[in-house]
Structures are given as structure tokens and as C-alpha cells.
Design a protein around this ligand. Sequence first.
Ligand code: OGA
Ligand code: MN
Length: 289
Amino acid sequence: MSLKSHEINLDITPITETFGAIISGVKLSNQMSQDELNQIKSYWNRYQILLFRDQDLSKEDIIGFSRELGDLEIHIRNEWLNDSHPEILQISNINVDGKPIGALADGEVGWHYDQIYLKRPALGSLLCSVKIPPEGGCTYFADMTTAYERLPLELKATIDGRLGIQSYENFNNLYSTKTDENQTSLTQKITQPLVRTHPVTGRRALYLCPGMTVGITGIPDDESDAILQQLFDWCLQDDFVYKHNWRLGDALLWDNACTMHRREPFDSVHERLMFRTTILPQAERAVPF
Ligand code: OGA
Ligand code: MN
């Protein structure tokens, strides 16, 4: 290690006993040092979600920092991309000229893994608060690594080597709006392993979510529904869940290989706007994990 990397020591405070950490003393930007970036990457792998408070980020900062973590995706929901910076997907209930400028409005958004319905799901996302309601709209995260590690052996055996059936349509019917013809053709049902191994840490995590996982291959629906329900109930125990109450200036980075999330509803009289970048996996981090 160079002398410089010893000098930079990001201040880190774990959030729960098993996952999540707040990193202080750093301003995310498009001009960060390699040492800062390396530390952040290693904490990201270790803690699964990282929270940076009191950020004052331009769109260039958000994109510049995110790009250091991997190539960025232009999300298929092109109706919600930022006009000038399409690397930013807007999550919002704001309407302009009668049209929503962002995804997910103000209702409940059930538990999901972003892009579990794609063959090469995103590595992670950075979500930055731009405008938040006075209450509600909290985002919850589940530590799917610990949930797997502590899973009863019998359930581990039941799902060992099994594939989950993933449906974006299911999620949209419940929590969002329908995709257009092109988006639909890109998001047909697929299968993914129910347990994935983290490409960097080697830790295994449950890869399933109530919002999108609709079946298990080779198991009849009524039986797989019951198994999935058992698994969902297991993951959603308080021990594995962190509730994030947003402040303005928060930026939250999650590892999409081992955490799922949900957003609670909020009063529609208030506006909420979040800027999100989506980080693509490098080839070696793509499925089959
Ligand atoms: C997302 C998401 C929830 C939120 O950006 O993928 O699910 O709280 N956001 O905005
Ligand atoms: Mn999401």
C-alpha cells in the first residue's frame, strides 16, 4: 500500500449488527482519489449498503462517482430518465404536464431485488435524495446474506441448486405501471439461482423477493408458493432488516447481489424526488454468480 492510502481513513460506523455502514468525512464527486474509491469499494463489499450523509451532489458528481464503481446503465424505463443526464433514473411522484417524471409514485413498493428479472442484473445502485416528504417514504433493506447464513438447514436443503422464476410484470402489476412493447420484450420471465454467491466476498445470499419471484422450477405452484412464503417470512424478520429514514443530502449505495429493498408509501400531497444511478456488472460479476 502506498503511504497515501494510510493517510486516508474514512470514518465508518456500522448501522446494524450484520450489515450497513455510515461513511463520514467524504464528499462524493467526480474527482475522488483512488485511495478513497478503493476504501469505499471494499466497505461496499463488506457492509452491503453504505450511507453517505450531508452530500450536496450535482448530477455530474453522482454520475462521476457511480462510474468509478462500474459502467452505468441507461435504464429501460426511458420515460423516467433525467432529460439532460440519462444515466440518472428519477424515482418520483411529481407530475409535469400531467405526466410522472419518475418511477414508483407514492404508494407502497414491495420487496424486490432490482433487475432480478434480467440475465445480467445490476451490481448495485446509488440512490440520492433530492426532495423528500416530511414523513413516510422510508426505504427498507434486507440483509440476504445473513438471512441465508442463518436459514434452517432443512430450508437450505429444499432450495439447494433450485432456480426461482422471476417476473417484472408481476412487480409492475402490483407497484408500478405497465411496460411498453419494447420494454416488455426485454423483460420476459427468466430463472435465477435461489442462492447466489457473491463474486467478491464468496458469501452466499438468498436471491429471491416477494415482488418478483413467482415460482420455483420443478416444484408445483402450490408447493412452491408455500416454500417461497416461508423464505420471505424468514428474510423479513427484524434481525435482517434496516429501515432508512431519509434526510436531504443522503446518498445510499446498495449491493444488489445480496440486499433487497422496499419503499413504504407516503402522503401524496408531498413531493419526493430521488436520483438513481444503476451500476452494471463487469463480465466476471454477471450471472451465474
Ligand atoms: C429503486 C427503489 C425505492 C425508493 O430506486 O430501485 O426501489 O425508496 N427505490 O425510492
Ligand atoms: Mn428498487
